[in-house]
Design a protein around this ligand. Structure first.
Ligand code: ATP
Ligand code: MG
Length: 561
């Protein structure tokens, strides 16, 4: 079946409406957004949605988007992640220009603002342990209780905070808390922790600090320092917004950013959470962060998904305020639309069976002209060697054809793409009855794949010259989790890891030209799917990842619904 890709919806959503209104009303002269990853893992496709949204809005409104590393937790953050995140954002097609920032750039200012809050009676040093703080916090139905340290004199808090910074106390001995309201219905306002002691080497500031701001204290203030007008984040931060606003109101910050929340992306059959992805890597369930099965941006790239496909996907799913789960097939649908347009066609045979053309001269080779991409005439043609011994796909032959099987079988004629018509004349089997070779004749008058007398075989097969074909390793991929909603039924989500998520074919053969493909290039193997050259390959041993098949089950589902 063929189906036109649905056009990307006109770019309008509730966030763009808010931004447009702010621009019209003069509340935002220059629209400034930011993408704020924590460098504690590689970016995933959910992040791609956020990147497309933040950079997209900045571009559409003639503003700018900052890349800011939210590096406030040195225990989990690494330079490797910083480098990978930059590479992924660039690869997706976005550019932050000179606006690369780190929350750690602001540590001195953030510390000074925490001091300001203490001086204003709006924060205090608390000696309760983390467990006690949790216990005092109350629940959704019960108010919290004041810490015994809440009324500690300002000078004492200032002195203790200075000594926390100086490294006098171990991890967890004390924290700084905002003094807001222990009875507030919103738990985030019950004297939230804003500074904690962490003796750990930070990837950027080294050992200069042993007190670090919390996410809540660092985020909005960093936004204000950078002049962010629209601080766009996912819905789980909605309950943090009153705290975000409280801090902006109570600190002498240079601007007043506003936070807006949208629904995070969830995809079926996978998990978009760095914590889970880190476990998959560490426990060896995958080859690494960029394993083609991983829902990471680097995994998608290695699998052969073009950046344009991810951007189209983001545009297709849009931005909403209600959580939803998107079918993995919809992502494939967006990517397939791009690959169909851009990828060159090649011949590859995954499970070969030999065909000997009995009436073709022994030792002869001729070059057949083959179209590179029927969707793109400018892609031109190439020459592919044809000879007496060929490989075709084993499943393209049936000795006793089933009713709707129109491909090769004894006595039947088929077309070899851009070559000749052949007719099967015999089957050679080994002692176990397995087919080891087919015999055929060809019609020299059908050169190029057309018959002068108008004969039209029902099937067209792909093929390779046995004398020229190159062995290749092909890696087939399936969903990483068998459960469409991994972990949703209370089971450990690691129990639904798909044991057959990767299948390695070692007997496949490809056109000689494919041995020279550089890693990351994606082609269509005719009739089989899209395949991307993997960096594990070498010219004498090319390796391909199957990006996806040609079948479009998602479009079919849409057409029925
Ligand atoms: P994870 O839960 O995978 O660890 P995170 O939210 O902790 O993700 P951050 O590095 O803090 O990861 O995220 C950077 C930005 O990307 C944040 O603004 C966050 O809201 C956004 N983001 C994270 N996950 C998604 C998602 N699934 N869909 C859309 N945006 C997301
Ligand atoms: Mg986070």
């Amino acid at each position: 079946m063929t189906s036109e890709p649905t056009p990307a919806p006109a770019r309008s959503d509730f966030i763009r409406d808010i931004v447009a209104a702010d621009v019209r009303a003069g509340r935002a002269k220059t629209v400034v957004t930011r993408f704020p990853p924590e460098p504690n893992g590689y970016l995933h496709i959910g992040h791609a949605k956020s990147i497309c949204l933040n950079f997209g809005i900045a571009a559409e409104f003639g503003g700018r988007c900052h890349l800011r590393f939210d590096d406030t937790n040195p225990v989990k953050e690494e330079q490797e992640y910083i480098d990978a995140i930059e590479a992924d954002v660039r690869w997706l097609g976005f550019d932050w220009g000179e606006h690369l920032y780190y929350a750690s750039d602001y540590f001195e200012q953030l510390f000074a603002w925490a001091v300001t809050l203490i001086e204003r009676g709006l924060a205090y040093v608390d000696d309760l342990s983390a467990d006690e703080i949790r216990e005092y916090r109350g629940t959704l139905t019960e108010p919290g209780r004041n810490s015994p340290w809440r009324e500690r004199p300002t000078d004492e808090s200032l002195d203790l905070f200075a000594r926390m910074r100086a490294g006098e106390f171990p991890n967890g001995a004390r924290v700084v808390r905002a003094r807001i309201d222990m009875a507030a219905p919103n738990i985030n306002l019950r004297d939230p922790v804003i500074y904690r002691i962490v003796h750990a080497t930070h990837p950027r500031t080294g050992d200069a600090w042993c007190v670090y701001p919390t996410y809540d204290f660092a985020h909005g203030q960093s936004d204000a320092i950078e002049g962010i007008t629209h601080s766009i984040c996912t819905l789980e931060f909605e309950v943090h917004r009153p705290l975000y606003d409280w801090l902006i109101e109570n600190l002498p910050v240079p601007s007043t950013p506003r936070q807006y929340e949208f629904a995070r992306l969830n995809l079926t059959h996978t998990v978009l959470s760095k914590r889970v992805l880190l476990r998959l890597v560490n426990e060896g369930h995958v080859r690494g962060w960029d394993d083609p099965r991983m829902p990471t941006i680097s995994g998608a790239r290695r699998r052969g998904f073009p950046a344009e496909g991810l951007r189209d996907f983001a545009a297709m799913i849009g931005v909403a305020k209600a959580d939803a789960v998107v079918e993995f097939g919809q992502l494939e649908y967006a990517v397939r639309g791009v690959l169909n347009r851009t990828s060159q066609r090649r011949f590859g045979v995954l499970d070969p069976v030999k065909v000997v053309i009995e009436n073709y001269p022994v030792g002869q080779t001729e070059m057949m002209t083959v179209v590179n991409n029927p969707e793109d005439p400018s892609a031109g043609t190439r020459e592919v060697a044809f000879g007496r011994e060929l490989w075709i796909e084993r499943e393209d032959f049936m000795e006793e054809p089933a009713p709707k099987f129109f491909r090769l079988s004894p006595g039947r004629e088929v077309r070899l793409r851009n070559a000749f018509f052949i007719t099967c004349t015999g089957v050679v089997k080994d002692a176990d009855g397995r087919i080891v070779e087919l015999r055929a004749t060809y019609d020299p008058a059908t050169r190029g794949g057309d018959s002068p007398d108008g004969r039209r075989p029902k099937a067209t097969l792909h093929w390779l010259s046995a004398a020229h074909a190159v062995p290749a390793e092909i890696r087939l991929y399936d969903h990483l989790f068998t459960d469409p909603f991994p972990g949703s039924d209370g089971r450990d989500l690691f129990e639904s890891i798909n044991p057959a998520s990767e299948t390695i074919l070692t007997g496949a053969l490809v056109e000689p030209a494919l041995a020279g493909l550089s890693a990351g290039e994606t082609v269509q193997f005719e009739r089989l799917g899209y395949f991307c050259a993997d960096r594990d390959g070498r010219p004498e041993h090319p390796v391909f990842n199957r990006t996806m098949t040609l079948k479009d089950t998602w479009a079919k589902v849409q057409a029925k619904g």
